[in-house]
Design a protein around this ligand. Structure first.
Ligand code: AMP
Length: 221
């Protein structure tokens, strides 16, 4: 199963893509997570992308596509993947088509998560991530068991540098300008399902699983 999660920043792509990947044994591929890890480790790539991410702009396509190509063609991705945050513009989508087309492959489904703008801003205010492993939390809707600590690894929770209001508004602008047109791009192939990303994590997850079942992608029919 080859899935793509689309949606504005804060729609819950990361949370849901990880859950779906776990349930269906897919490789979760998220450029944002990869870039943040590089920043944490202080690599050359990390230094290149840190400022760009803090301003809510997109990392150059050539850099992003090269990293994604490596992941998508890795043996771990052979049984399927859940893309979360790539492609983010039409040029990247065309690169992905080429990568998959070269192996006679294509995306099975694009899951477009819809959340009203006001809620996205509120979610950014209440989102925290583990500074060690990157797991996301929402201090109101999905708090950790121990305040300020990651349930999985015990690492300290922090606010993402790009979750301040100025950067969130910039990321939303980038989303509307260059990422949202991907809904039309993939609609031409009839592979987009739009799902409400509102409500608790489990309700959204159940909606996604039902859509996969409806499309005959879950192994259950
Ligand atoms: P995310 O974790 O998906 O919200 O991504 C955080 C940031 O990483 C974005 O605001 C961009 O700066 C960068 N980024 C993530 N995915 C991409 C992509 N496909 N193309 C370019 N930049 C990206």
């Amino acid at each position: 199963m080859k899935l793509l999660f689309l949606g504005p920043p804060g729609a819950g792509k990361g949370t849901q893509a990880k859950l779906v990947a776990e349930r269906f044994n897919l490789l979760h591929i998220a450029p944002g997570d990869i870039f943040r890890q590089e920043v944490r480790e202080g690599t050359d790539l990390g230094r290149l992308v840190e400022g760009i991410m803090a301003e809510g702009r997109l990392v150059p396509d050539d850099v992003t596509v090269q990293i994604m190509e490596k992941r998508i063609s890795s043996p771990e991705a052979a049984d399927g993947f859940a893309l979360d945050g790539f492609p983010r513009n039409v040029a990247q989508a065309e690169s992905l088509d080429k990568m998959l087309g070269a192996k006679n492959d294509k995306l099975d489904l694009v899951i477009n998560l819809e959340v009203p703008e006001e809620e996205l801003l509120e979610r950014a205010r209440t989102r925290r991530v583990c500074s060690a492993c990157g797991k996301p939390y929402n201090i109101k809707l999905d708090p950790p068991k121990t305040e300020g600590r990651c349930d999985v690894c015990g690492g300290p929770l922090i606010t993402r540098k790009d979750d301040n209001e100025t950067t969130v508004r910039q990321r939303l602008k980038v989303y509307h300008e260059v990422t949202e047109p991907l809904i039309g791009y993939y609609n031409r192939d009839g592979i987009v399902v739009s799902i409400s990303g509102c409500g608790d994590v489990d309700s959204v997850f159940q909606r996604i699983v039902r859509s996969l079942e409806d499309k005959g992608l879950s192994g259950k029919r």
